[in-house]
Design a protein around this ligand. Structure first.
Ligand SMILES: [Zn+2]
Length: 259
């Protein structure tokens, strides 16, 4: 079995050390539990790292020697990928969504303040819209009316579509998320100097549609003189990337894990 799970892992021990959005799994021996239940050998990897491996092997990042993969969904996952001279992928597991961009920012479930996940994930978009719509002057805005008509409230997909239609409140929410995400990407570019940044996950397509705006802002938000020229591309497998990544753990020349 190949398993892709969110959080900080001890891969050789098959353990989930901690997962910000799954507090019940702390120091949890998932690989062993699955082995006991199914009687099969189990390999596991961080979900975004597995997705990055799939994109590097079979997907849209196949031509790059090194790239930074961003999974945008409920949270923000990351994978750092390097391809060696023989074409083997080295994956460095990381939970880059928990890099803080404001130490006084809102408290993240991981225990830190101002993680980028608190500003630019699906959850963050929904929260941002909710807090704006709580203002009395926006009570009758088209987005507020949409929220009232939608059972379960607004989600990131609806907000993204409303922003694409030019609805003012939705545009404001998405613009804020894009700006915060770009601040973080500027830091990532200055730290890793990747050839490309790959957007995957359920919100990857939405955020990718703002790539021209991000490139413009990266002229200021990355110090690297070529920071704004780093390629920003869309994942080929979208929200299926992690599934393919789990399969990649058992394919020949499977990616090698680093930490
Ligand atoms: Zn966090």
């Amino acid at each position: 079995m190949g398993v892709a799970v969110p959080g900080w892992l001890d891969v050789p021990a098959g353990k989930i050390l901690k997962a910000a959005n799954l507090p019940c799994w702390s120091n949890y021996p998932l690989a062993q539990k699955l082995h006991e239940a199914y009687g099969l050998p189990v390999r596991m990897e961080n979900d975004a790292s597995a997705a990055a491996a799939a994109e590097g092997r079979w997907g849209s990042a196949g031509r790059f020697h090194n790239f930074f993969y961003v999974s945008l969904g409920t949270g923000i996952g990351t994978g750092i990928v390097h391809r060696d001279e023989r074409g083997n992928l080295q994956i460095i597991s990381s939970e880059g969504g928990h890099m803080s961009i404001d130490y006084r920012g809102p408290l993240c479930p991981c225990g830190k303040r101002g993680c980028v996940e608190m500003y630019a994930s699906g959850k963050a978009l929904a929260r941002g819209a909710k807090s704006l719509l709580a203002q009395r002057r926006l009570k009758n805005s088209p987005l507020a009316q949409l929220a009232r008509r939608t059972s379960g409230g607004l989600n990131a997909e609806l907000i993204g579509r409303a922003a694409a239609r030019g609805e003012r409140v939705a545009v404001q929410v998405v613009d804020e998320a894009v700006e915060r995400l770009t601040v973080w990407l500027g830091n990532v570019i200055d730290l890793l100097e990747p050839e490309a940044i790959v957007f995957g996950g359920g919100l990857g397509r939405l955020m990718f549609s703002y790539a021209p705006q991000m490139r413009r802002r990266l002229q200021t938000l990355a110090s690297h003189p070529r920071g704004s020229q780093v390629r920003i591309i869309q994942a080929q497998f979208g929200s299926q990337s992690a599934l393919l990544g789990a399969a990649a753990l058992w394919s020949r020349n499977g990616s090698q894990h680093g930490s």
